[in-house]
Ligand binder design. Structure first.
Ligand SMILES: [Zn+2]
Ligand SMILES: [Zn+2]
Length: 272
């Protein structure tokens, strides 16, 4: 069964936030308790992680995820990357199942991002990349960096993954389309560039996961009006709003949504 788990449905501050508490969210609704953004995708037997949330450790434990084939990064804002060190536990697991006599390169976990974001990961976390220091089983992650380009298809056995460019942040962010629209994940964004929008109109989008960081648009993020504008153009079967900020109360957002759109919550399971 192909499936997605929304590991973290929150934006950068999570909900409740440290300084402003629950914002407009009803604290009595457990769906309003949100960890930082992360998505797990299981498709054609492949296991993918989208971003390494600042809350990654708890998310992987809660959902019993101990094995991955690849990690795809949308961008390197802190909420999407600060859990990168927790990947060391998955490196240990790869080491155990690969056996002592296998080459040590078997232990690495492949990560994928654009050149700008790989550069940023190297700048902030140089010790996690295996091309920087010799691979060995120590107390650090062992990640193999793979540079991706927009529109350039990646293949994982039967699964096709196309990285897509989005605008609105100081540097472009990366979305991912799996198997010609079986699943499309839109990252933090404010504008969908024409090339990406054309592609999304050409394929049949089954499940679209996109951010609703705040109900009204803000400097770096689209709001409800912009999201609905693009949903109307892309015409997906189903939409899940995630990356929900403290002004996005679950029930209030649901009331604003068309029938095929639902807000996410932590540990939400989506069957494709
Ligand atoms: Zn974010
Ligand atoms: Zn961001």
């Amino acid at each position: 069964m192909n499936r997605v788990i929304i590991l973290g449905s929150g934006a950068a501050a999570g909900v409740p936030t440290i300084s402003d508490g629950w914002g407009r969210c009803n604290p009595k609704n457990p769906k309003n308790y949100r960890s930082r953004a992360g998505i797990y995708v299981e498709i054609d037997g492949n296991k993918f992680l989208i971003d390494t949330s600042a809350d990654l450790r708890n998310q992987l434990i809660k959902n019993n995820i101990i094995n991955l084939d690849a990690v795809f990064y949308t961008h390197t804002h802190a909420d999407h990357i600060m859990g990168i060190d927790d990947l060391r536990a998955l490196n240990y697991h790869i080491y155990e199942i690969s056996g002592m006599n296998k080459p040590k390169t078997k232990n690495v976990l492949n990560i994928y991002a654009t050149a700008d974001h790989i550069k940023e990961i190297r700048h902030r976390f140089d010790y996690v990349l295996v091309d920087e220091k010799s691979p060995e089983i120590t107390h650090r992650p062992q990640l193999a960096p793979n540079v991706i380009s927009y529109g350039q298809e990646l293949c994982f056995a039967k699964t096709q993954v196309v990285p897509l460019e989005f605008s609105g942040h100081p540097i472009p962010t990366t979305g991912y389309a799996f198997n010609q629209g079986e699943l499309v994940i839109i990252p933090d964004y404010k504008i969908i560039p024409a090339q990406t929008l054309n592609y999304l109109q050409q394929i049949n989008v089954n499940v679209l996961i996109m951010p609703l960081t705040s109900v009204s648009e803000c400097l770096y993020h689209a709001g409800m009006d912009i999201d609905l504008h693009y949903i109307n153009i892309i015409q997906p079967q189903r939409v899940i709003f995630t990356h929900l900020g403290p002004d996005c109360d679950y029930d209030a957002v649901q009331k604003l949504c068309p029938p095929n759109v639902v807000p996410a919550f932590d540990d939400m399971l989506i069957e494709l």
